[in-house]
Structures are given as structure tokens and as C-alpha cells.
Design a protein around this ligand. Structure first.
Ligand code: NDP
Ligand code: 8X3
Length: 258
């Protein structure tokens, strides 16, 4: 495997779910971490826990709203010098808001999903890929979804954003083909995180129903995949990992037991 110890990894959406779990795995590998999300308290808690477990860990919290794309563009200039040269960008921050038929889409939610899942990822990629190309090493890891490979009823906007992530990731790989920079998409099915709580406005019953009678993927499962793609030998570029829970074979094809 590729030794990425000492590499700087920037993870958006590190305050929960996949991002939180991935931060632990990269810390374990001796990477420097830049943690991005809106909830400052969560980022600081994660940074403190990591630094308690790994005494040599180097962690920087950069609390911001990724929809504020000006802040993303200026991040390389705002980060402390030891964290400013990002080698691995994990574009993970994302969300779904609601599950409604197209005629009921709420414009404010549409814009939030498009900005969070798509625009911010595109801007972050432009912002950090330049340095990766110049330094001759780097990896852009975009968290897509099975919703980026199939579209399902009442998920029009979320599916559109994740299809955009799939397409953008492929196009970025074409653009960077002559460089050592790798571009990867990770496309999970149902994973139990705060995702459904956010989607259903903190309705715990609705969120729990998504994962009921199903052994869903966990954040750790996805962190494994993120670290797996990042540590392949430099000549190996994983394009996409599409991964379902064993009892899910499609967005709406789920075998629930019990
Ligand atoms: P969580 O809700 O647990 O985590 C989402 C993360 O995104 C949080 O850290 C949140 O931080 C951050 N985030 C959301 N909006 C913003 C924003 N405007 N600015 C900065 N950070 C933001 O969900 P997951 O871990 O499951 O989701 C991570 C990614 O995985 C998303 O892109 C999601 O679409 C995708 N995904 C999830 C699946 C699932 O079933 N769970 C399956 C397939 C893909 P904060 O609120 O502190 O800002
Ligand atoms: C999250 C999984 O099936 O709700 O991306 O789209 S799903």
C-alpha cells in the first residue's frame, strides 16, 4: 500500500458520520487532518479525542459552511502553513432535505442541496487540485451515493445532485489524467448515520424506519473504503466503489427481515 503518513487530508463534513469515521482512520495512518463542518463544538471534540489517542496527531479545525464558497476558495490562504498543502481532499459534506414528489420540492431546500452537495465540491476540487498537480501528488475522493447511479421516486433533487457528483468525478478524472492526481467516487447505499435524521427534520421515528430490520452499512464501513482507495499503490486509481448492505440491491429493493 501507499504510505500516506505525514500527508495532509482535508475532510468536509467531519463532524458526523462518514467524515468523522474517516478522520479517525487517517489519524491512525499518521496523516495531518483539516476538519471542516459547521458545528465547531463537534469538530473540537473530535480533534481532542484524536489528539488524546494519538499523541503525535496534528489536527486543525476549520469550521465553516461549505455553501460559502468564497471561504472554501480562501482556505489555502487561511490554513496554518503546516496544513495548507492538502494532499487528499475528501469531499464528503452533503445532505438530503425531505423526500417529496417533484411538484412539492421546496426551493430553499433545492438550493441548499445543490450548493452543499455539488457547488461546494466543485469549488473545493478546483481550490485544492491546483496544489496537488504542482506538487505531483494528490487524491480527490468524492462521496457520491447509489443515488448517483439510480434515481428513485421522491428523491429527485438529491438524486440529481449525486448524479452530478458522479459525472463531475468522471470528468475531473479525464482532466487530471496526465498528472499523478487520482480521482475517486465512493457510492454507498443505506448507511446509518445522521443522514436520515437531517433528511426528515430530526424526526427520529422516520429516520429509524429507514434502517429498520436491515443491517445497514456503518460509517466505519465507508471510512474503510475511503482509506482503501487512498492507500492503493500510486499507479492504481479506483474510479468508483458502489456498495450496498447485503440485503439491499436497489434504492427501493430492500429485504427487511423481522
Ligand atoms: P451525516 O449527516 O452524518 O454527516 C453529514 C456531514 O456533512 C456532517 O458532518 C455535516 O456537518 C456536514 N455538512 C452538511 N452540510 C454542511 C455545510 N453546509 N457545511 C459544512 N458541512 C456540512 O451524514 P453522512 O455521513 O451519511 O453523509 C456524508 C455524505 O455521504 C453525504 O454527502 C451524503 O450525501 C453521503 N451519503 C450518505 C449515505 C447514507 O445512507 N448515510 C449513503 C450515500 C451517500 P455540520 O452539520 O456540522 O455542518
Ligand atoms: C443516501 C442513500 O438511498 O437515501 O445517499 O439515496 S439513499
Amino acid at each position: 500500500p501507499l504510505d500516506i503518513s505525514g500527508w495532509t487530508v482535508l475532510i468536509t463534513g467531519a463532524s458526523s458520520g462518514f467524515g468523522w469515521a474517516a478522520a479517525w482512520r487517517f489519524a491512525e495512518l499518521g496523516c495531518k487532518l483539516v476538519l471542516v463542518a459547521r458545528r465547531t463544538d463537534r469538530l473540537r471534540e473530535l480533534a481532542a479525542e484524536i489528539c488524546t489517542k494519538y499523541k503525535e496527531a496534528r489536527v486543525h479545525c476549520a469550521p465553516l459552511d461549505v455553501c460559502d464558497v468564497d471561504k472554501i476558495e480562501s482556505l489555502p490562504f487561511m490554513l496554518p502553513p503546516e496544513f495548507a498543502q492538502v494532499d487528499i481532499l475528501v469531499n464528503n459534506a452533503g445532505l438530503a432535505l425531505g423526500k417529496l414528489p417533484v411538484q412539492d420540492n421546496v426551493t430553499a431546500n433545492v438550493l441548499t442541496m445543490m450548493q452543499t452537495n455539488v457547488s461546494s465540491l466543485i469549488v473545493a476540487t478546483a481550490t485544492f487540485s491546483k496544489g496537488m498537480v504542482a506538487r505531483g501528488r494528490g487524491h480527490i475522493i468524492n462521496i457520491g451515493s447509489i443515488a448517483g447511479h439510480e434515481a428513485y421516486a421522491n428523491g429527485s433533487v438529491y438524486c440529481a445532485t449525486k448524479h452530478a457528483v458522479t459525472a463531475f468525478t468522471t470528468a475531473a478524472r479525464h482532466d487530471l489524467v496526465g498528472t499523478p492526481v487520482r480521482v475517486t467516487c465512493i457510492s454507498p447505499g443505506f448507511a446509518e448515520t445522521e443522514f436520515s435524521l437531517v433528511r426528515f427534520g430530526n424526526d427520529t421515528d422516520k429516520a429509524a424506519a429507514v434502517y429498520s430490520n436491515l443491517v445497514s452499512l456503518s460509517a466505519k464501513d465507508i471510512a474503510d473504503q475511503i482509506v482503501y482507495v487512498a492507500t492503493r499503490p500510486a499507479h492504481v486509481q479506483i474510479a468508483d466503489i458502489i456498495c450496498w448492505p447485503t440485503n439491499q440491491a436497489g434504492a427501493t429493493n430492500i429485504a427487511r427481515v423481522g
